[in-house]
Design a protein around this ligand. Structure first.
Ligand SMILES: [Zn+2]
Length: 182
């Protein structure tokens, strides 16, 4: 079972050997979330807020490329136009990192403060190599809702349609499994 907080692989146990966070119990309901606001393992915040290497590659390409053009400008003045060509890469990288950080903040807020409820697994599907999607249904103030999570851990296939899962819900568009899947 891979830890949804820090992505460490664990043998069958209740808490992660690395970060101490509760581990998912695919196929069983497992212990309920503690009362809100919950204290999440610190490594989760670090992991979901930092930019991905993909974002940094774009940013580096843009900033590094612009710097190289500027260095070359004394030799060949038209290189001064280079930063204009590089700027879009830097902007894309900055935007990707920024939106990833916002999604991370949303996830943290949901897991810390979401209202605990019990949902039902609707489907688990394979979305490609090491990529699964789990759809779950829950009730939000009397209205049935569905949401989904993706995971890179094949253990998620031990959840079966109709089975129960702990869910934390902030609003119609922000919910997560408790504990989260990696
Ligand atoms: Zn962990």
């Amino acid at each position: 079972m891979r830890c949804g907080w820090c992505e460490t692989n664990n043998k069958d146990r209740d808490n992660c050997v690395n970060c101490g966070g509760p581990l998912p119990h695919p196929g069983a309901l497992g212990p309920p979330p503690p009362p809100s606001p919950r204290v999440l393992p610190a490594r989760f915040g670090e992991r979901v807020l930092r930019p991905a290497s993909f974002d940094l590659a774009f940013l580096g390409l843009g900033v590094g490329g612009a710097a190289l053009f500027c260095l070359g400008a004394p030799l060949f003045p038209p290189f001064l136009a280079g930063p204009l060509l590089c700027a879009p890469f830097a902007l894309v990288g900055a935007y990707l990192g920024w939106s990833r950080r916002n999604r991370g903040k949303d996830r943290i807020e949901t897991l810390e403060r979401g209202v605990a409820t019990v949902g039902t697994v609707q489907a688990v599907s394979n979305e490609g190599p090491s990529q699964w999607r789990l759809t779950y249904a829950f009730d939000l103030q009397g209205t049935p809702r569905t949401a989904e999570v993706t995971s890179t851990d094949a253990e998620i296939t031990r959840f079966e349609p109709g089975g129960q899962v702990h869910v934390v819900v902030r609003d119609a568009t922000h919910s997560d499994l408790w504990p989260p899947m990696a």
